[in-house]
Design a protein around this ligand. Structure first.
Ligand SMILES: Nc1ncnc2c1ncn2[C@@H]1O[C@H](COP(=O)(O)OP(=O)(O)OP(=O)(O)O)[C@@H](O)[C@H]1O
Ligand SMILES: [Mg+2]
Length: 325
């Protein structure tokens, strides 16, 4: 498999009361060509910050402290700003939860996509408009030429998200990063947007990194799942490995009492206790205070245990299970 995205040892900090805190702390993440990877974990675990780091969009005063991000072999963090801009869109594009805040309210939907296209391609307005209308068609926007001239407030949430996806696709990116793209939408529209992403992946081979709280979405779209807790990866594996035989007590907690086949709209179940806020994480395993399987060893940093070719888990209890006959 060819690597599209390879994140290694990523650490990102934000200032908190007692100095800078690494809210993402040594994260490794990989997405191969055409693959869909789901990124899950409770609120505040660092999923969005990780995704923003890939395109160097972490807002100030956030700072990437350490690590390497490679998009199709290019070292993203070392690139000059101008080259980074060129890379955004062409190699990877991002869509967000709130399409309203990502669209400019005083420009028509069409004009924004035209502008995005012309930022990268030296083509005239007429040609860019033609491409935009074709993209609108592609993402299932009915009556594209009428929607082209509509302002964001004249469009429904689902239509706005489709415009965002059209904009993201205008550069034919090899990787689409989607940060909870359906959370703000109602259930039927969620299903349609999901179907659209699946379709785009099949037709264009677009790899997808999808951040979601929705287990049904994971089940329907993901080849691989990365579970994050308190700024670190807890567990990773194929969809079946993680959903059917989770090894980390955190993943087990997330999935416990979930029906074998979750439906879209079904949220990950909460685990007793809350994610401690950044900077108040315990030493060693950060899940330890909430873990029903914690023992003495867990005061140290959990080692990586590999299971088969792709699955890995950071947990002393899971490692101990492994050596038992
Ligand atoms: N702009 C910011 N200023 C200060 N701290 C921030 C900022 N953005 C994120 N953080 C810190 O980083 C941590 C991780 O945030 P992030 O948004 O990545 O979480 P998340 O996993 O995406 O959560 P959610 O599921 O709620 O979207 C937060 O708990 C917060 O402490
Ligand atoms: Mg987030």
């Amino acid at each position: 498999m060819t690597g599209i995205l390879a994140v290694t040892g990523l650490a990102v900090s934000f200032p908190h009361e007692r100095g800078r805190v690494r809210v993402v702390d040594g994260v490794d993440l990989r997405v191969d060509a055409g693959e869909a990877v789901a990124h899950v974990g409770e609120s505040g675990c660092g999923k969005s910050v990780t995704a923003l780091s890939i395109l160097r969009l972490v807002p100030k005063p956030g700072r990437i402290e350490q690590g390497r991000v490679e998009l199709e072999g290019r070292d993203v963090l070392g690139l000059p700003v101008a080259e980074m801009r060129a890379l955004r869109g062409r190699h990877a594009a991002m869509i967000f939860q709130e399409p309203m805040t990502s669209l400019n309210p005083v420009m028509t939907a069409g004009a924004q996509v035209v502008e995005a296209i012309r930022l990268h391609d030296r083509i005239g307005f007429a040609e860019a408009r033609r491409r935009t209308l074709a993209l609108f068609e592609e993402v299932g926007i009915p009556d594209p030429s009428a929607r082209f001239d509509a302002y964001p407030h004249q469009l429904s949430g689902g239509m706005k998200q489709r415009v965002m996806i059209a904009m993201a696709l205008s550069m034919k990116p090899r990787l689409l990063i989607a940060d909870e793209p359906t959370t703000a939408l109602d259930v039927t529209i969620q299903a349609q947007i999901l179907e659209l992403m699946r379709d785009l992946r099949e037709r264009f081979g677009t790899a997808i990194l999808l951040i979601t709280h929705d287990l049904g979405v994971v089940n329907e779209l993901a080849d691989r799942v990365v579970v994050m807790y308190a700024g670190k990866v807890a567990e990773e594996g194929t969809r079946t490995e993680v959903l059917s035989s989770p090894r980390h007590p955190y993943t087990q907690g997330l999935l416990r009492s979930m029906p074998a086949r979750a439906n879209p709209g079904e949220r990950l179940r909460e685990i007793p206790g809350v994610v401690p806020s950044a900077g108040t994480w315990p030493s060693g395993c950060r899940f330890r205070p909430r873990c029903d399987r914690a023992f003495e060893a867990c005061v140290a940093d959990p080692p990586e245990t590999r299971f088969g070719p792709t699955a890995r888990v950071f947990c002393f209890a899971a490692a101990r299970d492994e050596v038992k006959p």
